[in-house]
Design a protein around this ligand. Structure first.
Ligand code: FMN
Length: 205
């Protein structure tokens, strides 16, 4: 598939048919993720492909429990919003596979020479390690389309980051960044409207 077509076809897919993804495809998705640019070619990432549905269910239960801890004013509106958000944070349990992206924090060469903390430098550079992870995740999403899958990037489950790291077995210095849920779509996902080019393009000559 042409890159342009993959970009134009990609949309977040959240419902899947119950068909396992061949390990070769999961490896190919991760191989392409690993080709992404990263700060100083640090490649801060490790990708865990999780296909065990019991484990995914266990993870979703932890996420749902954490969501219940969010303070709410108990209004009907709040309950509706929370139950909606809970679904967007837990639907990954029904995906044939979830790729969990873990990353260790990039230590800039600056850290050896200046009196600034790792956090200060990372913030000053606008979190280049996180930006690198984003590039890798987009490679997964586009490659998923190319290989005939639907996928969705998830950050909402990170509410239970510590619990999820324990279940997945992510150890320091790595920490969990995001999930990508992947599978064959059970229906054609509706593409989201996007801003016109005029709204987002500024030419500075
Ligand atoms: C950083 C990031 C985090 C996201 N987290 C979630 C999430 O937790 N749950 C979810 O259902 N979708 C999540 N999404 C998907 C967005 O909702 C989706 O990209 C957006 O609505 C635009 O739709 P499209 O991907 O179909 O263009 C996330 C997307 C990004 C880029």
């Amino acid at each position: 598939m042409e890159l342009k077509q993959a970009i134009e076809l990609r949309t977040s897919n959240r419902t899947f048919i119950n068909e396992p993804i061949p390990i070769a495809d999961l490896k190919e998705l991760v191989r392409r993720a690993g080709l992404a640019p990263s700060v100083n070619n640090y490649q801060p990432w490790v990708f865990y492909a999780i296909t065990n549905s019991d484990l995914l269910n266990k993870m979703a239960v932890k996420v749902a429990a954490k969501m219940k801890e969010i303070p709410s004013n108990n209004s009907i509106a709040a309950k509706n919003v929370l139950s909606q958000v809970e679904w967007f944070a837990t639907f990954f349990e029904n995906a044939p596979a979830v790729i969990a992206i873990a990353m260790d924090e990039y230590e800039s060469v600056l850290e050896m020479g200046v009196q600034m903390s790792h956090e200060e430098i990372n913030k000053m550079r606008n979190y280049p390690d996180m930006q690198s992870a984003g590039a890798a995740i987009q490679n997964i999403l586009l490659s998923a389309v190319d290989l005939g899958y639907g996928a969705c990037w998830l950050s909402a489950p990170m509410i239970a980051k510590i619990e999820l790291e324990k279940i997945i077995g992510i150890q320091p210095p790595h920490h969990l960044i995001a999930f990508v849920a992947i599978g064959k779509p059970s229906k054609v996902a509706q593409q989201k409207p996007k801003k016109n080019l005029d709204e987002i393009f500024r030419l500075i000559e």
